[in-house]
Write a protein that binds this ligand. Structure first.
Ligand SMILES: [Zn+2]
Ligand SMILES: [Zn+2]
Length: 101
């Protein structure tokens, strides 16, 4: 699998994180790309979504939604969008499964 030069965790939320040799793109994010089944993902602008479609392989992509940036949000492949696990407890939210009740 070919992944583009997206940095991990260096770009601010809401901005395109396509790495441009010494900084990230920084345009307002309009797409949320899921790169791998392991959950690697990034935000990008229209220009770089176009680039990604032509240049790289990714698992899925959907229009960016504020939900994507909410803590605890996970991508649900069957529905092709992100959900917050609290609202989606049955089965999917492994990450938020706490045993403290
Ligand atoms: Zn961009
Ligand atoms: Zn998303």
């Amino acid at each position: 699998m070919t992944l583009p030069p997206f940095p991990n965790g260096h770009a601010p939320g809401l901005e395109c994180s396509r790495w441009m040799s010494d900084r990230h793109c920084g345009k307002p994010a309009t797409w949320h790309i899921i790169w791998t089944p392991a959950g690697e993902n990034g935000l990008c602008c229209n220009t770089h979504m176009d680039e990604a479609r032509h240049t790289w392989s990714f698992l899925a992509a959907h229009p960016y939604d504020p939900i994507c940036s909410v803590a605890g949000a996970v991508f649900v492949h069957a529905e092709n969008h992100c959900v917050v696990t609290d609202l989606y407890e049955s089965g999917v939210g492994e990450r938020e499964a706490t045993g403290t009740t």
